[in-house]
Design a protein. Structure first.
Lengths: 251, 319
């Protein structure tokens, strides 16, 4: 089933005269992990923000479960966001430094009102346990956590609305390789258990190969190659994909 | 031996207490050799790199024991003038963020000239340096500032500044971590080329085993302020002899991985103020036995030139 369908999406940053996303079309199917790989500045994070309407697109359409996200009211969009979540690269930058972890998660319930008030704390604890933390983290501040723990909080926060689709925007790039493996394990396990759908953005082909079913390669705002990981890695067609594969540090 | 670190111990000040963050390290680097120093953030690897030229500020910490012999002389016993002749000259550094290492208000040209010994007619030498780090494009462009270069070019410029004094030892602390993969590959190639051409000794500090597998001759793995395994690269790759190393190798993502669960290391590295007794890796170890709690294991030779700080190494690895 097609969960998200993007057609001819375009975004130009006028001040810099950059076409960050240039006529991009693709679909994400229910239950799959779709990778998006490319180097910094190629437009992959812009694409992620456009897909959630965190940035306005210039042209094109985004259908989520048949609903046209670019032509619905803000109110309807907020409702749709329950199903569409995002995990950012830098969990420290994406959390309020003065907000305790428990509150970080409960805040989601305050916004979406999807859990009754007297239940919110226990739901937060449950979520923290899901991501391998626990009740002891409720009263801690982001600064007291390690990078890996903060990213777990980021994941818990994304899960709080019980989404179907999560955009993971470089979720492991700022982590040590040992912690990166732990977080990838968690994301793989959650995806299988909850039948989640991910759009997984990374610049690291090894990471893409570890978690994705399909992969799209992006360069200068355009999708230049896509296919199953196996096909793209074994038989790359585009010269840029070949360069990326040659540059990847493999064991 | 160009550099010999012997039983180095370093304390950091933390809330009016001293915490030992480097707890006795031995490390040798030969001329023309690249040694990879691996560990998770906070294990003390950067501190070791900085201590080689006494770059740890006194208000932050001090070196409490050990020797750092560079070309036979103990760096820790040098006065500040003698140190100045080594720091940035015989031993240079390249750090992770090139932009924060380069001075934003001076041109690349001026920053290389500053290090040059031959002050008159520096242009030909500067052109030679720029060429050797692959910055032919900016030769003759004396008004280029760091912000006008891309991240990769900035790192090339930083390497240029570092090799200007024709150092014997280059300390590279995560020099490619902030760069894109294709650029990372180019910079690693450049480092290898310079190493061979200049017979440079390199201490390559990184958290990523993949990089070190590509570049180092010898590898030392640090955990909680001590080296827990070291040896020639081939031995570490083919027969790792410490559970921590095995976990690090198991954490490497690959193209063929396909949603299999990583054989990762659980938990997190201990705080230096709360180190467990016995083996420091015990709480996270899959091979642990009660005997591990008795005392911290020594770094024993498990095979020629290959050392491991694990009493169980014969069960653990392919040794």
């Amino acid at each position: 089933m097609e969960l998200l369908k993007i057609d001819n999406l375009r975004k130009t940053f006028k001040k810099h005269r950059v076409r960050a996303v240039d006529d991009v079309s693709f679909s994400v199917f229910k239950g799959e992990v779709l990778g998006l790989v490319g180097e910094s500045g190629c437009g992959k994070s812009t694409l992620a923000k456009l897909a959630l309407r965190l940035l306005g697109a210039d042209k094109g359409s985004i259908f989520y479960k048949g609903k046209d996200l670019l032509n619905i009211s803000h109110n309807d969009m907020r409702k749709a966001r329950k199903g569409l979540q995002i995990i950012f690269q830098d969990p420290y930058a994406s959390s309020d430094p003065r907000m305790k972890i428990g509150k970080v998660i409960e805040e989601v319930y305050d916004i979406h009102k999807n859990v009754p008030e007297n239940n919110r704390k226990s739901k937060a604890i449950e979520l923290l346990e899901t991501v391998g933390l626990g009740e002891t983290y409720l009263n801690r501040l982001p600064s007291e956590l390690s990078g890996g723990e903060r990213q777990r909080v980021g994941i818990a926060r994304a899960l709080a609305t019980d989404p179907e689709f999560i955009i993971c925007d470089e979720p492991v790039s700022s982590l040590d390789i040992s912690v990166q493996a732990q977080i990838l394990n968690l994301l793989i396990e959650l995806q299988k258990r909850k039948n989640l759908t991910y759009l997984f953005i990374s610049h690291d082909l090894g990471v893409i190969g570890s978690i994705c079913d399909r992969v799209m390669v992006m360069q200068s705002g355009k999708l230049i190659e896509s296919g199953s990981c196996e096909n793209v890695f074994k038989n790359p067609q585009h010269q840029y994909t070949k360069t990326l594969l040659e540059s990847a540090l493999l064991p | 031996m160009l550099l010999q670190i012997k039983n180095l111990k370093i304390n950091y000040k933390s809330d009016n207490r001293l915490v030992e963050v480097v707890r006795g390290i031995d490390l040798d680097i030969d001329k023309g050799e690249c040694v990879g120093l691996i560990g998770e953030s906070g294990c003390g690897k950067t501190t070791v790199g900085l201590s080689i030229t006494k770059l740890i500020p006194e208000r932050k910490g001090n070196i409490s024991a050990g020797e750092i012999l560079f070309a036979g002389k103990d760096i820790l016993k040098l006065n500040s003038e003698e140190l100045r002749n080594i720091r940035g000259k015989k031993i240079s550094y390249v750090f992770q963020e090139p932009f924060s290492s380069l001075n934003p208000v001076f041109t690349i040209y001026e920053q290389i000239r500053e290090v040059l010994e031959e002050k008159d007619n520096p242009d030909s030498r500067i052109a030679e340096i720029l060429k050797s780090v692959g910055l032919e494009k900016i030769i003759g462009r004396k008004n280029m500032y760091p912000h006008e270069l891309s991240g990769g070019m900035q790192q090339r410029a930083m390497i240029g500044v570092a090799i200007t004094s024709r150092p014997d030892l280059l300390v590279l602390d995560e020099p490619t971590t902030a760069l894109d993969v294709t650029v990372q590959r180019q910079i690693l190639g450049l480092i290898m080329e310079l190493k061979n051409k200049m017979n440079l000794a390199i201490l390559f500090i990184s958290h990523d085993l993949r990089i070190v597998f590509n570049i180092a001759d010898k590898i030392a793995i640090m955990y909680a302020g001590k080296i827990i395994e070291c040896g020639p690269k081939g031995k570490i790759v083919s027969s790792p002899a410490h559970p921590y190393t095995i976990g690090l190798i198991g954490s490497i993502p690959s193209l063929e991985h396909r949603k299999k669960v990583f054989n990762a290391i659980g938990g997190r590295a201990p705080l230096f103020s709360e180190l467990p007794c016995g083996c420091k890796f015990y709480p996270r170890c899959k091979f642990r036995i009660n005997k591990c709690l008795e005392r911290e294991p020594d770094l024993d030779e498990v095979n020629q030139g290959h050392f491991s700080r694990c009493i169980n190494f014969h069960l653990v690895g392919g040794v």
